[in-house]
Ligand binder design. Structure first.
Ligand code: ADP
Ligand code: MG
Length: 866
């Protein structure tokens, strides 16, 4: 270290403090990186790695980016999961005595980005802090770019799964964890599962006093862990990131039971905001519903989808508003057209609060606000509670509009330091200085004409450059005509340049005025900005109401275009859907060929529907469609059906068999069972459960037994009794209808046509009688020779299986028929009359594995009993 130059020593001191960040060290017009940072950045950003002599016989690897292009590079590093510490020169290099003073002015992390260019405007960007207590977790998260600030506490049974669900739902881009807790298993699970960047904070650095200046919901204060999480978040922002949050009003409290609970698996499976296949938006529910016009609306729609409601009153209010807007086509159209002209008021307000706006932002703000009176006028015409609330929540902010309108020119330059931004008529001094400049230039034009005339030098002209200011230029052939009053300043190859006292006097006036006006304009801009910044909270309220209106209009628009209906919301537990459609699949098919289907589930006789049918019949589509319709209804959207009664659900669970989760190092079957366990532990009588082919990941007997036991448990009112759709290709499970109360069989019909089958996609009462696997293989283009061979093998296997079972049950068989005579007389079998009777009614050649299982079970009991 002692070998290093003073500047490199300074660098090392900063690097020591910001070890976990890439240090951008300002050197003139560049940010330079050294040593490991340089090697890493040159790789990640494809920059040339050079070296810099930095002391006696020492050369440091170095690379750098020009200041003006730095934003793009920083964004790239952030998106790759790095932090960037910006170290600036704090004084003018020319004026510095000795080493230039430098300071780290900000550490940019994924969760603290405020630059619009680095953000997705249709998504929130959350920074979250988690604090663990004995049996609970405090959670606080903020979107620095919008000012939204929320807190909650997770406790109760399965607290870790609940935490994972909640964090997954918020999907923060950065999570702050207490250093002391960094080895907690659940955090490891989180970081494996999510893409979030993890930052650590030292317990010592968290001071509860930091939250004194923030208004906090009383509920947060009552829950100490949450309060600590809030404090950690604020400490992290102000201490490490040097960001204060003037635009944040309250840390709002919420709890999970304010909303329909969706576990991670359900959110993923139902493809709410992205598809499973490629993680894209296309093909997700939000893709079908998003007809919002503003980014604020798009972000709010996402929240509504992620957090549907459970309160009938609140849901109905939204539905009424959607209905009202749907019926009033012209008004809706007018509103949507106006909304299209509204910029992101929410993020503009944040920029204002942080002092980070330019003139163009102010003009965008003004243009946006100017649409509000018209929007309000439209809302006046509608008779609906929620829309009335929205209307009264939209403050037109005319004072703000007036300030911007009077002060800032309509088409300002991007820079705020070169003038040309203040409107004439706004400030007398600006006007006078501009007039002086203008008159000066006018004088110079006249001076040129006058001098030409007076001297007779035909090509005399007055020019300007930065070094000499204004000058008179005369070419060689006229040198003899130059008057004595001209003072020679410069000789060039073909001409000479002169000045006069008058010309210099005017020049001083012009340049002085120009300098002054630039300074003055900047001061005025700052004042305007500060003046408007006092209205930030009002803007945020407007933004929130505009966003809600935008979402409601979007939902009305989709409802009309896609023929959705208004669902009836009730608390009677009855889920009755007429001609329901899968909102996404129908949109993708786009040719009206989607076959609608009905649904009836309640909390009494039809609690659990077992849905059978061959592969590709449409079971999964059907079940997801039901879940999506319930979810849409509870978020306040119309639904894809011709009629619907939605008995509110408190939670929706889904489990789809055979999905891979190898990244987590668990086998498919483990994951499946893990999720089933989760459902069984958390579901209530008010929940909706979708089970798709569970028990598939193991052998037939295992799978069947598990599926059976699960159905039994879920359908049992004294245990869960939740409304459930259970799809299975084990057609054997249809037997459960007779055995378990509340279970009803359905199947998705197919038509057999010789060796072919035709999918009808229609759900009907009753069970499928076979699995049709071979037909589906044929349909998928597997060559005939293989199909025929498969059919042979199947028959053989079935025969073998039967023999095995018969042997196990010690059932005497002659020519494929049960030998009733020897059975009745056999002392060896020890079967009582009842079981014999049951077997008699069966055709052993079609004895299914489930029948066998059932018999085995009864036999076992008999043997145990006696
Ligand atoms: P399963 O779960 O029974 O194997 P899927 O639900 O995956 O079947 O459906 C298979 C395909 O059938 C889907 O990709 C879809 O294109 C089509 N499909 C499903 N339901 C319908 C329907 N109601 N109308 C038209 N096509 C459908
Ligand atoms: Mg399926």
């Amino acid at each position: 270290m002692c070998n290093l130059t003073p500047m490199m020593q300074q660098y090392m001191e900063f690097k020591e403090k910001y070890r976990d960040s890439i240090l951008f060290f300002r050197l003139g017009d560049f940010y330079e990186m050294f040593y490991d940072d340089a090697e890493l950045a040159s790789r990640e950003l494809e920059l040339t790695l050079t070296g810099r002599p930095c002391g006696k016989d020492v050369r440091a690897p170095m690379c750098g980016v020009p200041i003006h292009a730095s934003a793009g590079y920083i964004a790239k590093l952030i998106s790759k999961g790095y932090k960037v510490a910006i170290c600036e020169q704090m004084e003018d290099v020319a004026e510095a005595k000795g080493l230039v003073r430098r300071e780290v002015i900000r550490v940019i992390t994924p969760g603290t980005v405020i630059e619009t260019e680095m953000l997705d405007d249709k998504k929130n960007n959350y920074l979250m802090a988690i604090k663990k207590d004995k049996r609970s977790f405090g959670l606080a998260y903020v979107d620095v770019s919008t000012g939204e600030f929320l807190a909650t506490m997770i406790d109760g049974e399965n607290v870790e799964s609940r935490l994972v669900d909640e964090v997954d739902k918020v999907n923060p881009s950065e999570i702050i964890i207490f250093l002391e807790e960094k080895d907690e298993e659940v955090y490891k699970r989180l970081s494996k599962m999510l893409n979030s960047f993890i930052s650590y904070i030292d317990e010592e650095k968290v001071d509860l006093n930091v939250i004194r200046d923030i208004t906090i919901d009383d509920k947060v204060k009552e829950n100490h862990v949450s309060e600590v999480a809030v404090a950690a978040l604020v400490s992290y922002l102000s201490g490490t990131q040097k960001i204060t949050l003037p635009h944040i009003d309250v840390a709002k409290w919420y709890t999970r039971d304010h909303y329909l609970v969706l576990d991670c698996a359900a959110r993923k499976n139902l493809e709410l905001t992205e598809t499973i296949r490629d993680g894209g938006k296309r093909g997700s529910l939000i893709w079908t519903l998003d007809r919002t016009q503003t980014s604020m609306g798009a972000r709010k729609l996402r929240k509504w989808i992620e957090r549907p409601l459970v309160d009938i009153m609140r849901i109905s209010k939204r539905l009424d508003a959607v209905g009202n807007l749907k019926d009033n086509f012209i008004i809706r159209n007018e509103i949507m057209e106006s909304l299209q002209k509204v910029y992101d008021i929410e993020r503009l307000a944040t920029k204002l609060a942080i002092g980070n706006v330019n003139c163009r932002d102010l003009i965008s703000l003004k243009m946006s606000l100017k649409n509000l009176p018209f929007i309000k006028e439209q809302l006046e015409k509608l008779d609906c509670n929620l829309l009335r609330d929205i209307n009264s929540g939209i403050d037109t902010l005319t004072d703000v509009v007036d300030i911007i309108e009077s002060a800032i020119v309509e088409d300002p330059p991007i820079t705020i330091k070169e003038g040309g931004i203040i409107k004439s008529g706004y400030d007398r001094r600006v006007d006078e200085l501009r007039k002086a400049t203008k008159e000066g230039k006018q004088w110079i034009a006249e001076f040129e004409a006058r001098e030409k005339e007076r001297t007779g030098i035909k090509n005399l002209k007055v020019g300007f450059n930065k070094v000499f200011g204004y000058y008179i230029e005369v070419t060689r052939s006229y040198y003899n005509m130059v008057p004595d009053t001209y003072i020679r300043k410069q000789t060039l190859a073909n001409c000479e340049r002169y000045i006069t006292n008058d010309l210099k006097r005017i020049e001083n006036m012009i340049l002085g005025a120009q300098d002054k006006v630039i300074v003055l304009e900047y001061d005025l801009f700052v004042k305007v900005k500060e003046n408007i910044a006092s209205s930030v909270m009002r803007m945020k309220k407007v933004a929130d109401n505009v966003a809600t209106l935008d979402v409601l209009c979007a939902l009305a628009e989709v409802a009309e275009r896609m023929n959705y209906v208004k669902p009836n919301i009730s608390d009677d537990g009855v889920l009755k859907i007429k001609e329901g459609r899968h909102p996404v699949v129908e949109k993708v098919m786009d040719d009206n060929s989607f076959v609608p289907n009905d649904t009836y589930l309640d909390t009494e006789d039809s609690r659990l529907a077992i849905i059978t049918g061959p592969n590709m019949a449409g079971k999964s589509t059907y079940m997801r469609q039901v879940a999506l319709i319930v979810l849409m209804a509870q978020m306040g959207s119309f639904v894809s059906a011709s009629e619907a009664n939605i008995g509110i659900a408190d939670k929706i669970f889904t489990r789809v068999g055979a999905s891979d989760n190898l990244a987590l190092g668990q086998s498919t079957f483990m994951v499946e069972m893990h999720e089933v366990a989760d459902i069984v532990k958390n579901a209530t009588r008010h929940s909706l459960i979708i089970l798709d082919e569970i028990g598939r990941g193991t052998s037939t007997y295992d799978g069947l037994s598990i599926a059976w036991a699960v159905v039994e448990h879920i359908a049992d009112k004294s245990k869960i009794g939740a409304r459930t759709l259970f799809a299975t290709h084990y057609h054997e499970l249809t037997e459960l209808e007779d055995k378990i109360n509340g279970v009803k069989n359905y199947c998705i019909s197919v038509e057999k046509n010789g060796d072919d089958i035709v999918f009808l996609r229609k759900i009907v009462r009753g069970g499928a009688d076979e699995s049709y696997g071979v037909y589906v293989a044929k349909l998928s283009g597997v060559p005939d020779c293989i199909i025929n061979r498969a059919q042979d093998i199947l028959k053989n296997l079935e025969k073998e299986e039967m023999k095995r079972i018969q042997k196990k049950l010690k059932i005497p068989v002659i020519d494929g028929q049960i030998d009733m005579f020897s059975m009745n007389n056999s002392s060896e079998t020890k079967l009582d009359r009842e079981i014999v009777g049951e077997i008699k009614t069966m055709d052993v050649t079609t004895l299914t594995p489930l029948d066998a299982l059932n018999l085995l079970y009864k036999l076992q009991q008999k043997v145990n009993e006696g």
